[in-house]
Design a protein around this ligand. Structure first.
Ligand code: SF4
Length: 419
């Protein structure tokens, strides 16, 4: 048995680990404070990485090839590469190099060699087509940054921040947003506690009273979709009262007058009225708004098979405010039907007093690809089935909406029959 150093590749925190290896098998994983800028820390995913590595999620350990009848059969790596090379060669000969693209998922960001390899491969064949989760499902971030600009100075360290504002994010669960400078993403509760002790003030904007909100000096709980009006009103007040940083704006901001004109209608009174109007269902068929959330124990679909995750989340609960649960006549743990304008799934209700009334929250990536009818046997409910690929797309990048989706809820039996 021996100990060796490694790091968790599951998220950007890249937490340092010490592994105990016995006869080629990992038998223990601990956080390694000697190699980490934020001390010894592993979240439940890092602790479960031993299970993950040892095969808990039926990871693929070899290459598979799909046969003509749709079944998969094992194929040796060398033969698989030869067959792929022959197919690519024919494709490029017939259609040119741009007919080939590379897509990498979230996990590839934490694999240095994969990043180098994919760019070298594309350069070698002469294709510019590199796609990723950032270009496919998060492209609005880049388009918005391109339109509005961003601070080229990079992200500040939490050690320097006087006032933090966290919007629609829960770093205690996601390890993203804040603390956010390199070497700060791990141990978020510790970092926030230390920053608060130093004097940092924190504003959290989220429809849910998140775990992060326990550090908040101010928690604002807008409805999903209301945040743009909220920030327009804040900009209105800052510009109206001259309380924005004039020296900073003079040096770094262009088109301030255009912003002033754009936010002129967003008086605090108007924003409050807008909030009241948004709180009323725009369509009487759909009285709730759905948001999705992350859980600490899983990262998208990874770690759903880990023991702790499966124990805590046999399904992705449909979280609702207790008063909404009562109002709808739903029993805790009972099956409910969620219906949007374009889809329908069966979920399992769970009361959570952190929710804002009128908002329903589920974790994505659970359930089957087909809309789930029995979450208990299908590993939860596919929240994606409530979105539309054609209607109500995001105006900037034409992506399906994955938050603030108008839905209706009603009790039903486990088979999805309304009761
Ligand atoms: S925060 Fe968790 S998932 Fe992310 S690197 Fe650390 S242990 Fe891994």
């Amino acid at each position: 048995m021996h100990k060796t150093k490694s790091f968790c590749r599951n998220c950007g925190a890249l937490c340092s680990m010490e592994l105990t290896v016995d006869d080629g098998k990992i038998v223990a994983v601990t956080g390694d404070g000697t190699a980490s800028p934020y001390g010894a820390y592993l979240c439940p995913k890092g602790l479960a990485s031993m299970e993950f590595h040892n095969g808990a999620e039926n990871r693929l350990l070899g290459s598979l090839k799909r046969g003509p009848n749709g079944d998969f059969a094992e194929i040796g790596a060398e033969r698989a590469l030869d067959e792929i090379a022959a197919r690519l060669k024919a494709l490029i000969a017939e259609h040119g190099p741009r007919s080939v693209a590379v897509f990498h998922g979230t996990g590839a960001y934490h694999n240095v060699l994969a990043g180098l390899l994919e760019k070298s491969f594309l350069a070698a064949i002469g294709s510019p087509n590199l796609f990723s989760t950032m270009t496919i499902d998060q492209s609005a971030k880049w388009v918005t940054w391109g339109r509005m600009g961003t601070m080229a100075s990079g992200k500040p360290s939490i050690r320097d921040i006087d006032l933090g504002v966290i919007v629609g994010n829960n770093p205690l669960g996601s390890h993203q947003t804040m603390p956010f400078a390199p070497g700060e993403c791990g141990a978020p509760a510790r970092a926030l506690a230390e920053a608060k002790a130093r004097g940092m003030r924190l504003i959290v904007v989220d429809p849910r009273r998140t775990e992060t909100a326990r550090f908040a000096d101010l928690l604002i709980q807008p409805l999903p979709g209301q945040d743009a009006a909220l920030f327009a009103a804040i900009a209105h007040i800052l510009l109206r009262d001259g309380t924005c940083n004039a020296a900073f704006c003079a040096r770094f901001v262009t088109q301030l007058d255009a912003l002033r004109r754009a936010v002129a209608p967003f008086t605090p009174e108007f924003a409050a009225e807008l909030g009241r109007l948004l709180a009323e269902p725009p369509d009487r068929r759909f009285g709730y708004r759905l948001t999705v959330r992350r859980v600490l124990e899983a990262m998208n679909s990874a770690y759903l098979g880990a023991r702790r995750t499966a124990r805590k989340y046999p399904v992705n609960w449909v979280h609702m405010h207790p008063d909404d649960v009562l109002k709808e006549g739903i029993a805790e743990g009972a099956a409910i039907e969620l219906r949007s304008a374009t889809g329908r799934v069966i979920g399992v209700a769970k009361a959570e007093d952190r929710m804002r009334r009128g908002v329903v929250s589920m974790t994505h990536m659970f359930g089957t690809l087909e809309p789930s009818t029995d979450p208990w046997t299908q590993g939860g409910s596919n929240a994606g089935a409530l979105t539309s690929l054609e209607r109500g797309l995001e105006p900037i990048n034409f992506m399906p909406r994955f938050s603030g989706i108008p839905i209706d809820i009603r009790p039903c039996d486990g088979a999805g029959t309304p009761s």
